[in-house]
Design a protein around this ligand. Sequence first.
Ligand code: F6P
Length: 550
Amino acid sequence: MPQDESAAWAAVMRLARAERPDGQPATAIRPLFAADPDRFAQFSWAADGLLLDLSKTALTKPVLAALLDLAEARDLTGRRDAMAAGASVNVTEGRAALHMALRAPADAGFRVGDEDASAEVHAVLARMREFAAAIGDGRLRGATGEGFTDVLNIGIGGSDLGPAMVARALWTPGSPLRAHYLGNVDAHAWEAIRPGLDPRRTLVLVASKTFTTQETMTNAGLVRGWLAEALGEAQVGGHLAALSTNLEATRAFGIAPDRVFPFRDWVGGRFSLWSAIGLSLAVSLGWDAFARLLAGARAMDRHFLAAPLEANLPVLMALAEVWHVDGLGLGARAVLPYDERLARLPAHLQQVEMESLGKQVTLDGAPVAHRTGPVVFGEPGTNAQHSFMQLLHQGTTPVPADIILVANPDHPHADSHRKLLANGLAQSAALMRGKTPGEVRAEMQAAGAPEAEIARLLPHRVFPGDRPTTTLLLPRLDAFTLGQLVALYENKVACLGILWGINAFDQWGVELGKQLTGPILRALEGGATSAQDSSTMGLLGAIGRLQAGG
Ligand code: F6P
């Protein structure tokens, strides 16, 4: 038992710097497999059918014990429970972070102060369900009497990435409606979507927690104009709905109260796909799929809230991240879903993780004593193998990777799926094992390479190995397992906020760019240019000349 938090940190850092009893550095993984044939069983855990394998990291029993001591010293259990009890864990904004309530049953009893959060959530869910049913069975139709075939979600960040990721993962040609996501203020995005949409058959959801976001309000204006032009101003309302916490602004935008689906400020944008922000999913995938998504996330929450820390998947993933980031100094992590349907998962996790954990001060404003959130990036396998994986195998910056595998596909092409799985498993094995100079030499000799050629190429063909991967295995990809998976990452982020002592639920770092956009926009509109740095002034001038010339 550590006496205090700093002793717990020191114990972790000592293990990271010291040679292990096996004489290996703390980064070595391959020897751990040689020494313990049972390593997989020792370092893999499951929750409701979702398997987490941390055996291909350098975690050892003493390291894990030290990390669990740290979790105890940080009162991870108490702080987790306070979050679930609706405490104002988002201290800079004075808000709870109660997205767990969004996927819990009505009688789960989540509260924020005097407010019955569960009751409110279920009142909105009931309206969403009825709305989705009415769209699906044609009781709600477009202005010309035609049924809706397409839903367009206009939103950005958390009001876009989560739903877009889920729709990409779960939509099939048999789904009730097609879903489209418009985020970027770059109108090329709208121009790319527009030709595929018929205004008479398109339902438009304006998704914005604040209903003030520049990109979303600009796009909402464009799309509203498109509807008005095709259908007449009076008919626009029947094609619009809003998903927001800002009911005044939705009214000002002209959206009737019965077409506004609210949520509360204790739902952070990046954790909001389970709220009214998920309406595009309920409409396009059907209610049952949306309900299964919530059920999967709820199953993960129950596990997170109840399982002992030493068998708790989000906690273990967070501890492994602390080991990688702080112990071993690894400042990035790749997310590699071996499932094309999860193509947008890395983008969603970038926001969930980097907006939450990209912080430099603790809850009370003191500089953090440790490194915090790593850079997160990724691509589906096997595509990633043919682009950036070179650096993961042989670069000078080791990058831990999450490899997400799905045992059973939803297509009939067994051969393709076997190859996909083989590639995913091979990547994690290759990153862990590497290839020694001796192995390269033996391989080249066996192939009959001359000695001079071996000497010339050998260093290029050596793989250092000992590069950590975390493998997540899903039985299949469906609404339930996707809910589990996303909630696993969300809860991991909450744990990391606790372990690092930072606020994982605010995002002040996005404000400065927003502030500076104002005066620059006014300059681009032809107004006076307030003093900017010479680079910005120079670029404004160059843009002006190019626009005049073009
Ligand atoms: O600028 C960042 C951010 O505030 C994110 O946190 C949020 O998900 C996104 O913008 C969109 O915000 P809103 O839903 O209020 O339009």
